[in-house]
Write a protein that binds this ligand. Structure first.
Ligand code: FAD
Ligand code: UDP
Length: 384
C-alpha cells in the first residue's frame, strides 16, 4: 500500500500514537500509517538491553508504570506482563541516605528523634515556626508544610538543579505532587497497580504495533512527507503543537535531560533503582541503576550500569517536560485556539497537549481520542 492511500495517519510512535494505531487497526479494521522521526518505536518509554551488561534500561529515564485506572490497567495488560517492582526512592543528604518522599523514618533520622505517628504534628509545629499567609509558590508551600530545614536539605537545591529556576518562581502545585507521610510508608506512588513490563517497554510497543494493518515508518519526519499524504486522512498528531503551526506565535519551552552512562565492575552499585542528590555541590539530580527495576531477572554478578541524570532548561534537542510558566500557557492557548479550527486532526500526547502525562494518563487520553474522536468521525464519513 502506498503512503498516499492511508486514511488514518498517526504522527509519533510513543504511547499515544501506539494505542490509537492499535485501536484503529483492531476496532475499525483499517490500515494505519505511523510516522516516527526517531530510529526506534516507543517514544520516551523506549527501553533496550545494554550490550556490556545485559541489563534492560530506559533510554529517556526510568519509567515505572503505575495506575489506579481499571480500564487502562485491563487494556495495557493485554500487551504485556508486569513484574512485581515497587518504586522506592532514597535521597542522599550530607552523605547519609534518607527515605524519600519525607515520611516518619526521614523525620526521625533527620532530627535524630524517635517520634510516634501521633506526635508528628506537634513536632512539625515546632520546626515549621509558622508562615505568613497562603503559600503562593513552591518555596512557600514547602516551608509551610515541612519547615525550612527539611526544605533546604531535600528540596531547595534539587529543585534549582532540576528546573534551573528559583523555587519562588515555580508553582506550589509542583511541590504538592509529593506526599508527606506521618508513617513508615516509603512507596513513591499511591496507585493500586504498579510494575515494569517483564520483557521491557519496547516489547510492549512491538505488540501494540503487531497488527499487519499497521505500518510504522521510522527515521521519517511528518513535515517532510505531509504533502504526499491523503488530504482528507484522519490525522492523530502526537508531536509538538507549536511545530504543527510553524511556530507562528513563538516556541514553547521545555526542560530537557542529559544522562551520563557508566558501567561499573560491581554486582550492585547503590542498592536501589533511584537515589536523589539534593545537595548544591553535586551537579546531577539523581543516579539510576536499572538492574533493580527487574528483581525477577538473573543478571550477571560482575557488572552493573548506572546513569547520572542532569537537567537542562531549554538547552537540549529533546523536549522532556513542559515548563509551567505564564508565558508558555499564553502561547499554548493561542495554538490550541488554532487547533480547534482544524477538521479531522486530533492533537494530543505530552508534546501535543504540552502537558506532563504519566503513562497511564497518556493511555487514557489515547483511548478517549479513539472513542470520542476517531470513532464518531469514522462513523460519519464511512458509515461504519
Ligand atoms: P512521546 O513518548 O514523546 O512520543 C511522541 C513521539 O512523537 C516521539 O517518538 C517523537 O519522536 C515523535 N514525533 C514528534 N514529532 C514528530 C514528527 N514531526 N514526525 C514524526 N514523529 C514525531 N510516566 C510514568 O507513568 N511513569 C514514569 O516513571 C515516568 N517517567 C518519566 C521520566 C521522564 C524523564 C519523562 C520525560 C517522562 C516520564 N513519564 C513517566 C511519562 C511518559 O514518558 C509519557 O507519559 C509518555 O512517553 C507520553 O507518550 P507520548 O506518546 O505522548 O509522547
Ligand atoms: N523534588 C525535590 N527533591 C527530590 C525530588 C523532587 O525537591 O528529591 C521536587 C522537584 O522540584 C520535583 C517535585 O519535587 O519537580 C515533584 O517531584 P516529582 O517526583 O513529581 O518530580 P518530577 O516528576 O518533576 O521529576
Amino acid at each position: 500500500m502506498d503512503i498516499t492511500d492511508y486514511s488514518y495517519v498517526v504522527v509519533g510512535s510513543g504511547l499515544l500514537g501506539a494505542v490509537v494505531a492499535e485501536r484503529i487497526a483492531s476496532q475499525l479494521d483499517q490500515p494505519v500509517l505511523v510516522i516516527e522521526k526517531r530510529d526506534h518505536i516507543g517514544g520516551n518509554c523506549y527501553s533496550a538491553v545494554d550490550p556490556a551488561t545485559g541489563i534492560e534500561y530506559h533510554r529517556y529515564g526510568t519509567h515505572i508504570f503505575h495506575t489506579s485506572n481499571e480500564k487502562v490497567w485491563n487494556y495495557i495488560r493485554r500487551y504485556t506482563t508486569f513484574n512485581s517492582y515497587r518504586h522506592k526512592v532514597l535521597s542522599c543528604y550530607n552523605d547519609r541516605l534518607y527515605q524519600f518522599p519525607i515520611n516518619l523514618e526521614t523525620i526521625n533520622r533527620f532530627y535524630n528523634v524517635n517520634l510516634k505517628p501521633y506526635e508528628v504534628d506537634a513536632f512539625m509545629d515546632t520546626v515549621r515556626k509558622g508562615g505568613a499567609g497562603e503559600p503562593s509558590n513552591f518555596e512557600e508551600q514547602a516551608i509551610a508544610r515541612l519547615g525550612r530545614d527539611l526544605y533546604e536539605a531535600f528540596f531547595k537545591y534539587y529543585t534549582v538543579k532540576q528546573w534551573q529556576a528559583d523555587p519562588r518562581d515555580l508553582p506550589a502545585s509542583i511541590f504538592n505532587r509529593l506526599p508527606f507521610r506521618k508513617n513508615y510508608d516509603d512507596n513513591y506512588f499511591f496507585d493500586r497497580w504498579q510494575g515494569i513490563p517483564e520483557k521491557g517497554y519496547t516489547d510492549l510497543f512491538q505488540r501494540l504495533f503487531a497488527d499487519k494493518k499497521i505500518r510504522v515508518m521510522l527515521n521519517t519526519d511528518y513535515f517532510d512527507l505531509r504533502h504526499r499524504l491523503k488530504k482528507d486522512a484522519c490525522l492523530i498528531y502526537s508531536g509538538p503543537i507549536d511545530r504543527l503551526f510553524d511556530y507562528k506565535y513563538g516556541r514553547l519551552s521545555w526542560r530537557t535531560l542529559r544522562f551520563e552512562q557508566e558501567v561499573v565492575d560491581k554486582e550492585d552499585y547503590q542498592g536501589n533503582a533511584v537515589i536523589n542528590y539534593p545537595g548544591p555541590d553535586i551537579p546531577y539530580t539523581r543516579i539510576h541503576e536499572p538492574r533493580h527495576l527487574h528483581p525477577e531477572k538473573a543478571y550477571r554478578k560482575d557488572k552493573t550500569i548506572i546513569f547520572r541524570e542532569y537537567s537542562l532548561a531549554d538547552k537540549g534537542d529533546e523536549p522532556y517536560y513542559p515548563i509551567p510558566s505564564e508565558s508558555n500557557q499564553r502561547l499554548l492557548a493561542l495554538y490550541q485556539q488554532e487547533a480547534r479550527m482544524l477538521k479531522n486532526i486530533f492533537i494530543s500526547g505530552r508534546l501535543g497537549d504540552y502537558k506532563y502525562y504519566d503513562m497511564h494518563q497518556t493511555i487514557d487520553k489515547a483511548l478517549e481520542i479513539f472513542e470520542t474522536g476517531v470513532l464518531p468521525l469514522t462513523r460519519t464519513i464511512h458509515a461504519v
